[in-house]
Design a protein. Structure first.
Ligand code: NAP
Length: 338
């Protein structure tokens, strides 16, 4: 194991990969492909590693995507913003704001890179990347060519896309994303946190979202974490009714695309199960946001896994609801279960 992943996972875990390299421009890809070809356990592409948990050393190759650059163009109704995959997503949001291009403000301070954004279709406060994604540019390892996958073909769903499917992870390296942002700006303030504050301008929304995020998401340089660790569970209305018998105030929202299902707030469930701010030694949950698992210092992968399983167990005991990880989990041979 020769490639340290410590700088490339925001949990700050001291793990290694068999091999790896940082790709800063297209000319470096042949050397990266060489490493991929020699790897018997496949490869992983990382941006900031803000959405991954390594359960230990990884026996494959890691490509750290640091392709940089942003281009702007426009037509009568739309701004087009093409960003290379290694750009920090928040920097892109801030840059568009500075240029008077509005629409991304609800997505401020979501951790990670532009290349990671379509993989889980990042979203916040009622806005998702898929609302703006014109296409994702990929290096297709099957054809050996650079290709464009249009937004409508990306299989975007709730924190989901075709890029989460294992065959596609082994096939595509995301190199850039182009966003189409309508010039006709409309605020998205339907979430209670925004609605209750009478935010009127993009700048007000941006500033408010930034301030909320700074409270709820610990800085990984201080406390290692991977943002929201679990997905919000989607359950049947019958399950909701059972929970409401004991917790009549359980927050619930319509599930996308299925009127018979509802989305619960994982952070609320964890909090009510008594797991907000717990510290099991070196790992636990954040005091300001129970959904965030944290490395309180010196945690091993096993400590994070144990904390995650502890939270899962407590929520299942209290509500009969299973929490599934939103972060991608990797073991010695590649993506795996918690
Ligand atoms: P919050 O405002 O305390 O709300 C808790 C949960 O309830 C959220 O997860 C949200 O679901 C859901 N919710 C609240 N109002 C809703 C509405 N009007 N319609 C549908 N669902 C509603 O959440 P928070 O933890 O502070 O996070 C704020 C936002 O940042 C959320 O949208 C969250 O998803 C987002 N976030 C995204 C990432 C990421 O993309 N990786 C990481 C951290 C936080 P949704 O999660 O479906 O919005």
């Amino acid at each position: 194991m020769s490639f340290s992943l410590k700088p490339y996972n925001t949990f700050g875990l001291d793990v290694k990969a068999r091999d790896g390299m940082v790709v800063r421009d297209f000319a470096m890809f042949p050397a990266a492909f060489d490493k991929i070809r020699k790897s018997s356990a496949g490869f992983i592409v990382l941006g900031h590693g803000s959405d991954v948990l390594f359960k230990g050393d990884y026996d494959g190759a890691v490509i750290v995507n640091r392709l940089m650059g942003v281009e702007f163009s426009e037509d009568a109704n739309t701004h087009y913003v093409k960003a290379q995959a290694g750009e920090t997503f928040h920097d892109l949001v801030a840059l568009t704001m500075k240029k008077g291009i509005y629409g991304l403000e609800n997505l401020a301070l979501i951790p990670g890179t532009v290349g990671g954004a379509p993989v889980q279709n990042i979203g916040a406060y009622g806005v998702s990347l898929s609302d703006f994604c014109r296409y994702v540019e990929v290096l297709d390892l099957v054809t050996g060519k650079v290709d464009r996958i249009m937004g409508r073909d990306c299989g975007f769903g709730y924190r989901d896309s075709i890029f989460r499917i294992p065959e596609n992870q082994a096939r595509y390296i995301i190199t850039a994303v182009e966003l189409a942002i309508p010039k006709d700006w409309k605020p998205e303030t339907s979430y209670a946190a925004l609605r209750s504050r009478n935010l009127e301008s993009p700048k007000e929304i941006f500033d408010f979202v930034c301030s909320m995020r700074k409270i709820k998401l610990p800085d990984p340089r201080v406390l290692g974490n991977a943002g929201s660790f679990f997905r919000n569970p989607v359950v049947s209305r019958e399950t909701l009714a059972v929970i409401q018998k004991s917790f009549d105030n359980v927050p619930h929202y319509p599930a996308e695309g299925d009127p018979d299902m509802v989305k619960l707030a994982a952070g609320w469930l964890i909090d009510q199960a008594g797991c907000r701010g717990i510290n099991l030694g070196t790992a636990g949950t954040y005091e300001n946001q129970a959904l965030v698992l944290v490395n309180y210092g010196g945690a091993t992968p096993e400590d994070i896994v144990n904390a995650a399983r502890h939270v899962q167990g407590r929520v299942e005991d209290a509500f009969g609801v299973r929490l599934d990880p939103e972060v991608r989990i990797y073991g010695e041979k590649g993506e795996c279960q918690l």
